[in-house]
Design a protein around this ligand. Structure first.
Ligand SMILES: [Zn+2]
Length: 475
């Protein structure tokens, strides 16, 4: 096999960019040692392990799910197992547990604990995770718990969570970002990721498009003083290949390997940005809140939900519309911050009570929201100042956001869902209404939805108006 097109990126250029940035003191180092990409990259797994100090005598455990994944005429998992066996390593295979045949795999406490147990019993020196979002999120937790060298074989360009040290887990039924561990190496082989089912690639584009509303939310949170970690360097880094991504968006929709490679590399940089920022804020704002609520609702009622990225894509259009409406209101000078609009404990508990009769889920949300509400009550003057001096902030936000029509056209080019009714499966209209209305109550991050609520611009009529604008864009 030709190795000419395989790139081993030791990330020295990005490390230097981060080290020399004005925000360097608040950024963390990239823990990922290398990204190996290009056609045939997967075949270099033995060399990658050797570079990481894992020699042929080491015991290696491969962690995956049961979903077949194609690599030319073979299955990706078989290829990985065969490569490790041929390099004489002792190998074990641990498969993610499912409650029952056909059940959806959730990264909940039970699944994570049983995966850690199963891998512990194999006493490996290194872990190779083969899969997409959930498998890799759990793999990073296992590698962290057992201090294992960890190589990730990414099997789809479906989310941006491969290249960072955080995992999204389900804690008491609530989606929570939990610190885990950077993979040591990431393998992105277009012959693997481009053969993932097309809806997964389209989901990846949806997750990627969160970068506009998320970075504007991150800026807002910094401006009001809630989270002062906003980094222009990381935002610029994440947008480096944006023009190229726009150019290939229609090729993405048919799984063109080069186009999927561009998307995968954008997603990788999004992951690195989150890891370096030490939080998911660079890629997770209002749009992720909406998606998290839709997923939590489906999980609570044991029904399948549409893929994470496909929801985030639609919700990114929604977030762009919300931002536009809030900016217009702020620029009109007709916006007043009212402490009465901050939700109470009863508001939060009743927003989530129907998802969990034990009350644990609602309490988990309140525990997070309480920190934000306490802060808000103490900093009303800071928020009022930002509102009254909005025009200077608006220029900054304008440079971070893209219009809803832009986000829509990229999704349409890739034939990805644009409206909630186009999601597969589609959440009911009342669930969508609930997710939009209550999204800001699930965690302690300040975003445009919080500001909209504070200025009284997020009532039932506003939600209906946003949804009807979304429908117009989608048609
Ligand atoms: Zn995401």
């Amino acid at each position: 096999m030709s190795t000419e097109q395989i790139t081993v990126d030791d990330l020295s250029e990005l490390r230097e960019l981060i080290r020399t940035s004005p925000e360097a003191s608040s950024l963390r180092e990239i823990g990922l040692r290398e990204i190996v990409s290009g056609p045939g990259a997967i075949a270099t797994l033995p060399q990658i392990l050797l570079r990481l100090g894992i020699d042929a005598s080491a015991r290696i455990t491969v962690f995956s799910d049961l979903t077949p994944k194609r690599y030319h005429d073979a299955d990706v998992l078989d290829v990985v197992l065969d490569l490790v066996v041929r390099s004489n390593n002792k190998i074990e295979h641990v498969c993610i547990a499912r409650e029952k045949e056909g059940a959806i795999v959730l990264a909940d406490e039970l699944t994570v604990a049983s995966a850690i147990d199963a891998v512990t019993r194999t006493s490996p020196q290194a872990l190779v995770s083969v899969g997409s979002g959930t498998v890799v999120d759990i793999g990073k937790v296992i590698a962290n718990e057992l201090s294992l060298t960890h190589v990730v074989v990414q099997t789809a360009a479906s989310v941006n969570g491969f290249a960072d040290d955080q995992s999204v887990l389900l804690i008491s039924g609530v989606k929570r970002t939990t610190p885990s561990r950077w993979p040591d190496a990431l393998i992105v082989d277009p012959d693997v990721v481009a053969h993932a089912p097309l809806p997964m690639t389209r989901s990846g584009l949806g997750d990627q498009l969160s970068m506009f509303s998320a970075s504007a939310d991150w800026y807002l949170s910094d401006a009001v003083g809630f989270d002062t970690s906003f980094s222009p360097t990381l935002v610029t880094m994440m947008r480096r290949d944006l023009d190229q991504l726009v150019k290939v968006s229609s090729d993405l929709g048919r799984g063109d390997p080069e186009a999927v490679g561009v998307l995968a590399s954008c997603l990788t940089r999004g992951g690195i940005a989150m890891g370096v920022a030490g939080r998911t804020a660079p890629s997770s704002g209002t749009e992720h809140l909406i998606s998290h609520l839709l997923e939590m609702h489906a999980d609570a009622f044991h029904v399948p939900s549409a893929s994470h990225g496909s929801q985030v894509g639609v919700a990114s259009v929604v977030a762009a519309i919300i931002w536009q409406r809030v900016r217009e209101r702020l620029l009109s000078g007709d916006a007043e911050v009212s402490a009465e609009n901050v939700a109470s404990r009863m508001d939060v508990l009743s927003a989530f009570a129907h998802l969990d009769p034990s009350g644990a889920l609602a309490e988990e949300c309140w525990a997070a929201y309480e920190r934000k509400s306490t802060w808000t009550h103490l900093h009303l003057d800071d928020i009022r100042r930002i509102v009254s001096e909005w025009s200077t902030n608006d220029e900054k936000v304008d440079g971070l956001l893209k219009p809803a029509a832009f986000v829509t056209s990229m999704l349409k080019d890739a034939r990805a869902p644009v409206s909630f009714s186009q999601l597969d499966p589609a959440p009911g209209p009342e669930v969508v209404q609930w997710a939009l209305t209550k999204g800001h109550l699930m965690r302690d991050r300040f975003c445009v939805m919080d500001l909209a609520v504070l200025i009284g611009a997020w009532n039932a009529d506003d939600v209906t108006a946003v949804l009807s604008e979304l429908d117009k864009l989608a048609s």
